[in-house]
Design a protein around this ligand. Structure first.
Ligand code: SAH
Length: 379
């Protein structure tokens, strides 16, 4: 995708979204970026040592796995990555080569450092470096930290995360802070957010502001509504919605993200939001009070039958469905439409220029007939 002119990328994505939403609603276009480069505020690379050649030790490669293989393809100066994050990665590789820190080799069980993850506040420029080791220990971490800070004194925090499992996940359960507070702050939609290593945060901040703006426009809040923000992450949509709603309840499975969300409400003196740590489906099953508006922003796999059937039972007036995967969104829309909703309108935002992914927002409202029959049942 990245080799195609940007206009063409947007046309391809528009056709894809319309194909997925066919029969329900459509988009006029995909909202793109003026400068579709260097937007990723989260940069991840996997490390490996290249094979020895001609009696010479191979170099350390920092990059991505080749498709369907375990070979790492070095990525330097990626057009999508935050540029400073890529500079830090180059420094880390140099520190590793000079300081005899070895990349982790899953097959042979040698070395330590497995991944590098960098997160950088789009507005704050605060920078978090996470060193993921494939071993429980990280020998020489004090020297490593000292050397990295000497080269990049503006790094805000450095975290050591342990991932010794055979998994495609980048981060493991256990971690400890090597330097700084262990989290960073950023400003999004004029609000301050605390982001810790394992919490989800949208990777393209400029486009996220447009996305959330569209979600709010679709919700049409008037200041009185009770709102649910399902799959709320660190509470970004909740906090933006809290400005226009009566009350907002956020629910999220990841306990670190919920802790961040609670801190974020306090940081911004927002008093009409509450956050719960639960599976969104299990949470919806427990509530009886009908919300006016429900935002849903599930992971790529989409929502669940448990969640969607509870949502239909609770019958909010409006559902604003934000998705990073139009295919699972289509499946879930089908279920909601079958349950008495109609898709009113949709829009698409290019959160991921240079890749095949696209973000969509769909507004659903109750079908007329359903409201009528409900009012007959409950006069
Ligand atoms: N709305 C947020 C987060 C969207 S990403 C934002 O815009 O930043 C999807 C979120 O759903 C992630 O934070 C993930 O941890 C969470 N999640 C995944 N499965 C879940 C489940 N079963 N119940 C609740 N939250 C879940």
């Amino acid at each position: 995708m990245i080799d195609k002119p940007y206009r063409e990328q947007l046309e391809i994505k528009k056709a894809y979204v319309n194909q997925q939403l066919k029969g329900y609603c459509s988009v006029d276009g995909v909202i793109g970026m003026a400068e579709p480069y260097y937007y990723r505020n989260k940069v991840h690379v996997v490390l490996s040592r290249e094979k020895a050649r001609g009696g010479k030790k191979g170099k350390i490669a920092a990059g991505i796995y080749e498709e369907e293989s375990h070979r790492v393809v070095a990525v330097k100066n990626c057009l999508l990555h935050d540029r400073y994050a890529d500079e830090i990665i180059e420094s880390i590789v140099d520190i590793m080569e000079k300081g005899r820190f070895e990349p982790y080799d899953e097959d042979r069980g040698t070395g330590n450092i497995r991944h590098i993850l960098i997160r950088r506040g789009h507005v704050s420029k605060e920078t978090m470096v996470i060193i993921v080791t494939g071993t429980k220990v990280f020998p020489g971490n004090k020297n490593f930290t000292r050397e990295l800070l000497k080269r990049h004194p503006d790094i805000t925090t450095i975290v050591h995360n342990i991932n010794d499992k055979k998994t495609s996940m980048v981060l493991g359960q256990n971690q400890r802070v090597l330097y700084g507070k262990g989290y960073i702050h950023d400003i999004l939609c004029g609000l301050k957010f605390c982001i810790s290593p394992k919490s989800f945060y949208q990777i393209n901040s400029a486009q996220t502001e447009i996305l959330y703006g569209k979600a709010m426009e679709f919700a049409g809040l008037t200041g009185k509504e009770s709102v649910i923000d399902a799959y709320c992450g660190i509470g970004t949509i909740s906090m933006v919605a809290s400005r226009y709603a009566g009350t907002v309840t956020g629910v999220e499975l990841n306990s670190d993200a919920v802790r961040d969300a609670k801190i974020n409400a306090r940081l911004n003196n927002v008093e009409n939001v509450k956050f719960y740590n639960d599976d969104a489906g299990a949470f919806m099953e427990k509530i009886n009070e009908k919300p006016d508006v429900v935002f849903i922003d599930p992971p790529r796999s989409g929502s669940t039958d448990k969640f969607l059937s509870s949502l239909i039972r609770l019958s909010p007036k409006k559902i604003v469905y934000v998705s990073c995967n139009p295919e699972t969104q289509r499946r879930d829309l089908k279920r909601l439409i079958h349950g008495g909703y109609k898709a009113e309108k949709a829009c698409a935002v290019d959160m991921f220029p240079g890749t095949g992914s696209v973000e969509t927002v769909v507004l659903l409202s109750q079908k007329e007939g359903r409201r009528l029959s409900e009012s007959i049942i409950r006069p």
